[in-house]
Design a protein around this ligand. Structure first.
Ligand code: NAP
Length: 244
């Protein structure tokens, strides 16, 4: 049980992040949702989490802002007493072919998906080192493992998350900190809303369907909990077989 632990979930206002926040809360963890959603949407998510009997708070914050993230982590520790679990789920896409990709399209995706994940890990690390424990789960993508046409920026950011996960795992293992990543395939969320009716795409998936946010959250929950206490530096696919 995660009773009394505090989990910070970026991108926790929707999709995979929201499903993860609810699973962690159902097991007793207090939850901080870091999001960029409209306040009313985040407030509804917090209400759902609180209904599970835990403390919850939403913070509207751009994870790509290094110093703002530093201040936020300090505020969370002051209010919640600790951060035990960090789930880096915030992410964006700005797809386009390389020949036409604009500089800001590339920079924006790297900033949120890769630098945002680094910023959160960077500022949680002193907290974890002081506590001598902490669990990090990053959200990569099969796109970062095998590439995807039209996603040079996104694939690069998610491949970067793989390197970041492995370096963090090696660097912090002696401090009692584990760091792993999940690599989802095609998951039905707002991010893929325009893909879900693409039958050709669904046909490419060996399981012949898109995954659900809950199926990814189950894996994140496993990696965040003591059930995976001997696992660190792993990247686990949850993709219906698409990247076999
Ligand atoms: P989603 O519903 O769009 O969730 C992404 C969340 O991140 C949204 O709540 C979004 O807020 C938030 N966010 C975006 N930019 C942010 C920023 N700068 N600071 C803080 N929060 C920010 O999509 P999802 O599918 O659940 O995606 C979750 C993660 O899974 C992402 O990292 C994504 O790359 C990864 N992933 C998804 C799939 C898939 O098929 N869906 C596959 C592989 C990997 P707004 O809604 O306000 O933008």
């Amino acid at each position: 049980m995660l009773n009394g632990k505090t989990a910070v979930v970026t991108g926790g206002g929707s999709g995979i992040g929201k499903a993860t926040a609810l699973k962690l809360a159902a097991d007793g963890a207090n939850i901080v949702v870091v999001h960029m959603d409209p306040e009313e949407k985040a407030a509804a998510v917090i209400e759902e989490i609180e209904a599970l009997g835990v403390k919850a708070k939403a913070i509207r914050m751009d994870v790509s802002d290094f110093s703002a993230v530093e201040g936020m982590i300090g505020d969370i520790v002051a209010e919640f007493g600790s951060i035990d679990i960090l789930i880096n789920c915030a992410g964006i896409t700005k797809d386009g072919l390389i020949a036409r990709m604009k500089e800001d399209q590339f920079d924006a995706v790297i900033s949120v998906n890769l630098k945002g994940t680094f910023n959160m890990i960077r500022h949680c690390t002193p907290v974890f080192m002081k506590q001598k424990h902490g669990t990090i789960v990053n959200v990569s993508s099969v796109s970062g493992l095998i590439g995807n046409p039209g996603q040079a920026n996104y694939s690069t950011s998610k491949a970067g998350v793989v390197g970041l996960t492995k370096s963090t795992a090696k660097e912090l293992v002696s401090r009692g900190v584990r760091c792993n990543a999940v690599a989802p395939g095609f998951i039905a969320t707002d991010m893929t809303a325009n893909l879900s009716k693409n039958n050709k795409l669904v046909d490419m998936i060996p399981m012949k369907r898109m995954g659900t946010a809950d199926e990814v959250a189950d894996l994140i929950f496993f990696l965040a909990s003591d059930a995976s206490s001997y696992i660190t530096g792993e990247i686990i696919k949850v993709d219906g077989g698409v990247a076999i």
